[in-house]
Ligand binder design. Structure first.
Ligand code: ATP
Ligand code: MG
Length: 498
């Protein structure tokens, strides 16, 4: 309606214009218009002609031009859906056709581009999530040593740094904040050299580093990978840091276990061979001792000497027997009886057993055992042997008047495994740092040559066979804590000698 209305206004404007023209012509020609019908007819015809011309101009030129202008403005602002209606085959019509074709092509190209950029965006999110979820600390630097990428894992832990803070900063500025190695001039020089080597050679560098900055020993695998290598070297270097402490610890434990197994095999062979002659010697000595009691010697002191020496030989034979029995226990291939063991009962039985001996009765023993502790699937006899050996060691390390042994048992998680933790805390002499790594080794003892030094190595063997481990904390002069960690159901239906 609005369009039609404006059309009427335009037509009446054109008619008015024609009448004005008539008046102008009348003034010029000097004729009387009112009386001259022929002139009137001429003017009407002229008006219609001019009105037609103007309408033609509006519809064929102005309108399409306006439409073209509107569509190109829309296209310039990103709306490519606008098309120009084509009413004529003149130049303007041709311009319209090519505009429509161009807009169509652009629209198709934009659709493809949008689709590609959505794909790229989701690919970026996918790649970012891979990099973020890898169990490595990852960062990327450019040739100016400016950080350009920093993964999520590198934000975690006590030494983690926020990615938004790190990106765009110089690497040294960030590493200075927490990194042990980079903060020393020597460490920084080494890292600089390493980065320069990867940037210039375009080759991957891989190495391991041991750190004590996290309390205890931590092992890291560090890989530096050159990225976008050109003639003058890599443009970026990606550094990936993997914490391999658990793997290394397992390897060390496995090595120790293998060594123990090898020693055990050898010891079992030797112990077996020695046991038989020892038994014969014991029988002979006992018989000689009996004969000595009835024999008559030239001198009394000869009798006493003979008796004394025979007793020494007898004692030493039995000591050798203890050693060989210990060795055989240590290495013997036994099929253990695995069942659900109530740790609390086993602990109390072991304490009772120990208190039968006069020498251990003076020590104060306190227990703190959590109610409803889960059972552990284990060989009870073997567990008792472990508890016994640890408790005897504790008594031997403490003064009998002031010695106090605290035994506690709790449950909890060790990684993904439900475990029972049994801690034996004594207030004895403690273990010097340099001995801590040796106490589980076979034959290591600080108690003189009358002792075998097999107690803890046997414990170690039993506990690891049960899928557990023993941890030690000790301070010279204050005491030690031996913690036995046993999986709740690690040994269910498993023969222990595998
Ligand atoms: N609770 C403890 N306090 C201090 N030192 C300890 C403790 N437990 C073990 N040790 C140290 O570890 C060493 C090894 O202990 P282990 O039980 O293997 O051998 P041992 O007690 O010397 O001899 P045995 O074979 O008779 O047990 C001990 O000699 C001692 O030095
Ligand atoms: Mg011992």
């Amino acid at each position: 309606m609005l369009v039609k209305g404006s059309l009427l206004i335009k037509i009446s404007g054109v008619v008015l214009l024609a009448w004005f023209l008539e008046i102008i012509l009348f003034v010029i020609w000097g004729s009387n218009v009112k009386d001259s019908w022929s002139h009137s007819l001429q003017f009407i015809f002229l008006s219609v002609f001019i009105a037609g011309g103007v309408l033609f101009y509006i519809y064929i030129i102005i309108k399409p031009m306006k439409r073209l202008l509107y569509a190109s403005k829309a296209a310039a602002s990103g709306d490519l859906s606008q098309r120009i209606p084509i009413f004529s085959g003149n130049e303007l019509g041709e311009v319209g056709i090519s505009f429509n074709g161009m807009a169509q092509q652009l629209e198709t190209a934009m659709d493809v581009l949008n689709k590609r950029s959505t794909e790229l965006e989701s690919l970026k999110v996918f790649l970012d999530s891979i990099i973020d979820n890898l169990p490595f600390n990852i960062y990327v630097i450019d040739r100016d040593l400016t950080v350009i990428a920093w993964n999520k894992k590198r934000e975690d832990g006590p030494f983690g740094i926020n990615r938004n803070f790190a990106i765009g900063k110089k690497l040294w500025h960030i590493l200075d904040m927490n990194l042990f190695k980079a903060s020393s001039p020597k460490g920084r020089a080494e890292m600089e050299k390493e980065f320069a080597e990867v940037f210039n050679s375009g080759k991957i560098i891989e190495r391991e580093e041991v750190s004590t900055s996290f309390g205890g020993k931590s092992f890291f695998k560090i890989i530096k990978v050159p990225l976008m290598i050109k003639e003058d070297g890599a443009q970026y270097v990606l550094t990936a840091i993997e914490d391999i402490t658990i793997r290394r610890q397992l390897e060390i434990q496995l090595m120790a276990k293998n060594r123990l197994a090898a020693i055990g095999e050898l010891a079992a062979g030797v112990a077996h061979e020695i046991n038989n002659p020892m038994a014969s010697m014991a029988v002979c000595v006992e018989s000689l001792l009996r004969s000595t009691a009835q024999a008559s010697f030239k001198r009394d002191e000869d009798s006493a000497k003979f008796n004394k020496y025979l007793k020494i030989i007898e004692r030493e034979i039995y000591r050798c027997k203890d050693i060989t029995t210990g060795l055989l226990n240590f290495s013997r291939d036994k099929t253990f009886v695995i069942r659900d063991v109530t740790v609390k009962d086993t602990l109390f039985e072991t304490i009772k057993l120990l208190q039968l001996q006069e020498k251990y009765r003076s020590f104060k023993i306190s227990t703190d055992i959590k109610d409803n502790l889960p059972s552990v699937s284990a060989d009870e006899g073997q567990l008792r042997q472990v508890f016994l050996a640890i408790m005897i060691n504790a008594f031997e390390a403490m003064a009998s008047e002031s010695g106090a042994l605290d035994i506690s048992a709790t449950d909890g998680m060790d990684g993904n495994t439900r475990v029972v933790r049994i801690a034996f805390k004594d207030n004895g002499c403690g273990i010097p740092k340099e001995n801590l790594s040796k106490i589980f080794t076979t034959f290591f003892t600080t108690k003189g040559n009358m002792r075998t030094g097999l107690g803890l190595s046997i414990c170690y063997g039993i506990v690891t066979q049960h899928g557990g481990r023993i941890e030690v904390e000790s301070k010279v002069g204050s005491g030690s804590i031996f913690t036995v960690i046993l999986p709740h159901n690690g040994m269910q239906n498993k023969p222990l000698n595998q």
